[in-house]
Design a protein around this ligand. Structure first.
Ligand code: AMP
Length: 283
């Protein structure tokens, strides 16, 4: 696995791949890698001869400075996981390499209103920064395929919108959520939970499953209320539990008339914010 720290190093390597007609798959990450990330890398490797993985903790998508400071940075361990998973190139740029003209440049991408609800409402500016960095990384890497996780449902929906509306020549491939044994969605942030909380956090998945089971026998508002109540149990504190249209991310009012329905949740525990989702139906 080659490591590129600058845009010109990265471009040199991707140019070589392109000259020999090889397709490039790209997996952007913020590091502190776990099996969820690795499943994306493996999928990318199955579909492309050359896989680029970036590790970049993007400051412009953190609305909370402390969260940015506390974000785990584990480059050595990450590199050890990436090569056997099939990564060919690790792109590990500095902030000035990604934003040579300042962090405000390129932050004005139209998100089609998809950033209004859920994460967007609770993390102001987060998706603006996320779209900005994904656009910049796509400009640098110019991959044939981009791999993102369903774990960040609103994130990949916004990226799909951006790719469509800007006419970016990259196919977005969405990969399923990897979970721990108790159903907790894998996340770099799980490392910051106490062992006890991590053990109990399977409740988030259990509640989503219960909502899916009852989705046709209860009203949407009642399902959301039920989920919020069940998740309000120490040390958990839910921020939202929203049942939304998977295309528009607008709240669902009539389950029967919505072909794509997703339950999205954010829960605080031990000062850590956990997000998860479940597709309730997709026709
Ligand atoms: P992050 O490093 O958190 O920015 O995540 C990088 C990519 O990995 C994103 O596309 C995430 O959606 C994806 N990802 C994170 N956690 C998981 C998971 N548990 N299962 C599958 N993909 C994931």
């Amino acid at each position: 696995m080659k490591i590129a720290e600058t845009v010109s190093e990265l471009r040199h390597l991707t140019d070589l791949a392109r000259k020999s007609g090889k397709k490039i798959g790209f997996v952007p990450t913020m590091g502190a890698l776990h099996e969820g990330h690795i499943s994306l890398v493996k999928k990318a490797k199955r579909q492309n001869p050359v896989v680029v993985v970036s590790i970049f903790v993007n400051p412009t998508q953190f609305n909370d400075k402390k969260d940015l400071e506390k974000y785990p940075r584990t480059l050595e361990a990450d590199s050890k996981l990436l090569a056997p998973a099939g990564a060919d190139i690790l792109f590990f740029p500095s902030v000035s390499e990604v934003y040579p003209d300042g962090q405000d440049k390129g932050a004005d991408i139209d998100l089609g209103g998809l950033d209004k609800h859920m994460e967007g409402a609770f993390r102001p500016g987060h998706f603006k920064g996320m779209a900005q960095v994904v656009k910049r990384l796509l400009d640098i890497v110019t991959p044939d395929r981009l791999y993102m996780g369903q774990k960040d449902f609103q994130q990949f929906t916004i990226v799909a919108h951006m790719i469509r509306s800007l006419g970016i020549n990259t196919q977005l491939v969405v990969c399923p959520i990897k979970r721990e044994h108790n159903g907790l969605a894998m996340s770099s942030r799980n490392e910051r939970l106490s062992a006890e909380t991590r053990g109990k956090a399977g409740i988030i998945n259990r509640v989503m499953k219960a909502v899916k089971r009852d989705m046709y026998s209860k009203q949407v508002a009642d399902l959301e209320k039920y989920a919020m109540k069940r998740l309000t149990v120490a040390p958990f504190e839910p921020e939202y539990f929203s049942i939304v249209d998977g295309y528009t991310l607008n709240p669902v009012t009539d389950m029967d008339k919505t072909p794509y329905v997703v339950a999205c949740v954010a829960v605080w525990a031990d000062g850590v914010r956990l997000i998860d989702n479940m597709i309730l139906r997709k026709e």
